[in-house]
Design a binder for this molecule. Sequence first.
Ligand code: PEP
Ligand code: MN
Length: 343
Amino acid sequence: MIIVLRPDASEEQYKQLVDKIESQGLRVHVSKGTERTIIGAIGDERILQNLSIDAMPGVENVLPILKPYKLASRDFHPEKSKIQVRDVVIGGDEVIVAGGPCSVETGDSLLKTAMAVKAAGGKMLRAGAFKPRTSPYDFQGLGEDGLKILDEARSATGLPFITEVMETRTVELVYQYADVLQIGARNTQNYNLLKEVGQTDKPVLLKRGMSVSIKEFMLAAEYILSEGNQKVILCERGIRTFETATRNTLDIASVAVLHYETHLPVWIDPSHAAGNWRWVTPLARAAVAIGADGLIVEVHVKPENAWSDGAQTLRPDKFSNLMAEIRKVAEAIGRTVAPGESA
Ligand code: PEP
Ligand code: MN
């Protein structure tokens, strides 16, 4: 149930309402906007229906939950959420780009790539230390050593980093290093993992699974939000269709739908959607045009030597070109992309 308070509701009236809901063993999530306070009452709707909440002073409107996701929904939180990661604001006018190799390899190659990402206007670094590979015989990531290399690249460049956490037992470890915890497409519906990261205070970049509908995607986000962590970024990375010309089919429309349905920032990963470096820049342009709040792009100083996903990875000069292209698109729709160092 969503309870909208009157603009003139007093603090006393607000407290009475919260007490009444909590006394029934239900939980309360509050969204204080500039205009209104909105209370999400979480628990058995049947109990709530017997409480005559709509008759309480200070209450303007009571809405039953029409959608199964409540905390993620725009009904509950009409204003778009902004998420701060060190000095980077996600969900504002600036489109944030996170770049980096698919996997952390050596300290030297990561640092060179990170410097190139920064020079082109990238605001964050992204690379995997724990890799969910389709084949068990492929490189599985450096584990904690990879996190240490990421930490060094962050110190050297000042770029905060996003890295994947694959299982509940490593959440604590990855938490100690990462600025943003990534949940990969293969774990979008790993509910225990979602609950675990929901109990942390670090932003979570939640990727859409390859066979996950938009509704299921929002419900996956709801798992994290309902544990208390409100810092969730959604990331569309392509879904599985009959088409084989690209690695996945980028569901570009999902950005428009998600922005309508939810207040959470929405990003796009053109690299895993494309599977081939040639389509990455055009998809990135489309992503910005439709309103993505950020992008994750695979970049490597030598894609031909990359330990994973080399075929879809951009060389620094191509990444710099991508940045220049999306800057123009962003400008056309009243948004910005950070300038590169030579700009
Ligand atoms: C990744 O981002 O490194 C990755 C493995 O992507 P996805 O989970 O979207 O397949
Ligand atoms: Mn990859």
